[in-house]
Ligand binder design. Structure first.
Ligand SMILES: Cc1cc2nc3c(=O)[nH]c(=O)nc-3n(C[C@H](O)[C@H](O)[C@H](O)COP(=O)(O)OP(=O)(O)OC[C@H]3O[C@@H](n4cnc5c(N)ncnc54)[C@H](O)[C@@H]3O)c2cc1C
Length: 480
C-alpha cells in the first residue's frame, strides 16, 4: 500500500496521523515551503502572532475534541467569547441582548423592523432561491438591510440576491437580533445557543498542526514541503502517480491511493490525461473568495475588549477586526502593545488584492480612524498576508458542478478520496476537514464510512443523503 496525501492542512495531517497510527507509511505533499496547517496556520511577524482569521477550536464531535486534547493538552486555553457588531458607530452585543439592541436601534428603527417583519410574515416571497429571499422572509427587509446585507456582501463580494439560499439556512440557523427582539417583545424563544467559550492553543492554531506534522514525520510519514502537486496521472485502474513541482524542479511519486485536499478546480486541471470536457467545465465553474489580513501593531495596551468585531459599517471596506491578545495573551510579545488583524474579503486580482502592502496598511490605519477605534499615529508597524481560495463559494451552480466531478472520480478514479474544505468544496471548519480526512484514510484501510456523509458539525450521518448530509443546508427554509 502506497498512499499519497495532497496538502498538509488539518484534513491531510489528520489523514496522515491515522495512517501513521495504523503503521501505514504515507507520502504527504505540501505546496508551502514554510508552514503546515494551511488556512489554520499561525503567522508570525516580529514576535506578533496571528491567524488567517481567528480560529476557534470547537466541535460537537468528541473524536475531534479528543484528538486536540491528545495533541496539545494543557496548551489549549479556554477563552471567553466577546464578539460584537459595529454598525453606525454603535456596538451591538452578539449574541444580541434586547436592551442593548433596542437602545442602539432607537424606537423608530425598532418599529420599522417590526413592521417589515410582519410584512414578511404576511407576504413571504414564494420562490426562495437567494440569501436575500431567505433572510427577508425570515427577518423582514429592514433587519436584513441593517444587519445582513452589508456584511454578507463584503464577505462574499456579490449581491445577496445572487448567493444561494442554502448557505443562509446553514450559517444563520435562527440566531439573531430578531431572536432577541422576539424574546423581549413576544416571549418567543431564541433558536440557537451560541457558544460563549471556545478553546484556542496558547500560541495559535498553527501549533496544533506543527505538533501533528512532527508526530506523523516521526512515525513513518514522508512529509515533503515545497511540493506543489501539478499532475495526477491516471489510467484504467485509477490514479497511479503524482507529479509535483519544487522550486522549478519536478518530482514524481507512484501511489496506490490518493487523498486529495487540494481544491477541486486545480485537482481536475491536474489530471493527465485530461478529464472529459463537461468535468473540466464543472471544475472551471467553481468559484472561490480570497482574503487578506492587514496586521497592524498598535502602541496601546488596550484597544477593544472583543476577540473580534464584525464591521457592518458600509463606509469602510474592512469586514472583521481581530484582536489577537484577546485570543491568547501570548500572541503579542509586549503587553503594552496590541496586534490587530483587519480582514478584507476580496477576489484575487481585484483592487484590494492588487494594492501594495503600503497602500493596504495606509487603508487599514485610515479605516481604524474612521471607525473611531485607534488614531493612525498609534500604529507603529504593519504587514499584509494574502490568502487565495479562503472560501469556496456556494453559488447557484456549485452543487451540480461538485456532483459532476464526484461522479466522474467515483467511476474512473475511485482510488482518489476527497477530504477537507476546498478538497470537497465545503465551507466548513477544521473539525469537518479533520473528520473527512479521517474517513478518507479509513477507507484506504478498508473502512466504509463516506466522507461526503459528514455534516457541517463534523458528525457522521449514516443514513443521510450522500449529496447533502447536512439537513440544515439541504433545503432553503421557507417561512410558514
Ligand atoms: C478567515 C477564516 C476563519 C476561519 N475560522 C475558523 C475557526 O474559527 N474555527 C475552525 O475550526 N475553522 C476555521 N476556519 C476554517 C479552517 O481554516 C479550515 O476548515 C481548515 O483549515 C481546512 O483544512 P483543510 O486541510 O481542508 O484545508 P487547508 O487548511 O486549506 O489546507 C490545505 C493544504 O493543502 C495545501 N495545498 C493546496 N494545493 C496543493 C497542491 N496542489 N499541492 C500540495 N499542497 C497543496 C495548502 O498549501 C494547504 O497547506 C476558518 C477559515 C478562514 C478562511
Amino acid at each position: 500500500m502506497k498512499p499519497v496525501i495532497i496538502g498538509a492542512g488539518p484534513a491531510g495531517l489528520t489523514a496522515a496521523h491515522l495512517l501513521a497510527e495504523r503503521g501505514v507509511p504515507s507520502i504527504l505533499l505540501e505546496a508551502s515551503g514554510a508552514q503546515v496547517g494551511g488556512l489554520s496556520r499561525t503567522v508570525a511577524y516580529k514576535g506578533f502572532s496571528f491567524d488567517i482569521g481567528g480560529h476557534r477550536f470547537f466541535s460537537k464531535n468528541p473524536e475531534i475534541e479528543a484528538f486536540w486534547d491528545h495533541m496539545l493538552g494543557d496548551e489549549m486555553l479556554s477563552v471567553e467569547r466577546l464578539s460584537r457588531i459595529l454598525y453606525r458607530g454603535r456596538f451591538y452585543d452578539y449574541p444580541l441582548r434586547a436592551l442593548n439592541a433596542f437602545g442602539n436601534l432607537g424606537l423608530l428603527e425598532t418599529f420599522r423592523c417590526l413592521a417589515s417583519y410582519l410584512h414578511a410574515r404576511l407576504f413571504p416571497r414564494r420562490s426562495v432561491r437567494s440569501f436575500e429571499d431567505w433572510v427577508v422572509n425570515q427577518f423582514g427587509w429592514r433587519l436584513y438591510e441593517v444587519f445582513f446585507k452589508t456584511y454578507t456582501e463584503k464577505v462574499w463580494g456579490m449581491p445577496c440576491g445572487e448567493i444561494s439560499a442554502d448557505w443562509a439556512a446553514q450559517r444563520i440557523k435562527g440566531l439573531s437580533l430578531w431572536g432577541a427582539i422576539q424574546n423581549a417583545l413576544l416571549g418567543g424563544s431564541a433558536a440557537k445557543t451560541l457558544i460563549d467559550r471556545f478553546r484556542y492553543p496558547r500560541l495559535g492554531p498553527g501549533t496544533m498542526w506543527e505538533r501533528v506534522a512532527g508526530h506523523v514525520s516521526a512515525n513513518g510519514c514522508d512529509l515533503r514541503m515545497n511540493a506543489r502537486v501539478a499532475r495526477i496521472l491516471w489510467g484504467e485502474d485509477g490514479a497511479y502517480a503524482i507529479g509535483y513541482t519544487s522550486d522549478g524542479a519536478f518530482g514524481e511519486v507512484s501511489c496506490t491511493d490518493v487523498i486529495s485536499t487540494m481544491d477541486l478546480r486545480a485537482l481536475v486541471e491536474a489530471l493527465e490525461p485530461a478529464a472529459p470536457p463537461e468535468v473540466r467545465s464543472a471544475a472551471a465553474g467553481l468559484r472561490y473568495r480570497d482574503f487578506l489580513t492587514v496586521v497592524l501593531i498598535v502602541d496601546q495596551a488596550e484597544v477593544f475588549p472583543d476577540n473580534w468585531i464584525y464591521v457592518h459599517e458600509p463606509q469602510v471596506r474592512v469586514g472583521r477586526l481581530q484582536n489577537y491578545k484577546r485570543w491568547s495573551p501570548e500572541m503579542v510579545p509586549d503587553a503594552r502593545r496590541t496586534g490587530l488583524g483587519l480582514e478584507y474579503f476580496c477576489f484575487e486580482g481585484d483592487g484590494l488584492w492588487s494594492a501594495t502592502d503600503e497602500e493596504l496598511i495606509a487603508l487599514g490605519c485610515r479605516e481604524l480612524e474612521i471607525l473611531g477605534l485607534v488614531p493612525a499615529s498609534r500604529v507603529v508597524d504593519g504587514t499584509v498576508v494574502r490568502v487565495r481560495k479562503a472560501y469556496p463559494v456556494y453559488d447557484d451552480g456549485y452543487r451540480e458542478n461538485v456532483r459532476l466531478i464526484r461522479d466522474f472520480f467515483e467511476v474512473r478514479i475511485p482510488n482518489l478520496h476527497f477530504a477537507g474544505r476546498n478538497g470537497m468544496h465545503r465551507y466548513n471548519n477544521q473539525d469537518h476537514a479533520m473528520m473527512t480526512g479521517l474517513l478518507a484514510a479509513e477507507r484506504i484501510l478498508g473502512g466504509t464510512r463516506d466522507p461526503w456523509r459528514v455534516n457541517a458539525d463534523a458528525e457522521y450521518l449514516e443514513n443521510a443523503s450522500r449529496d447533502e448530509p447536512d439537513d440544515a443546508r439541504a433545503v432553503p427554509e421557507r417561512v410558514s
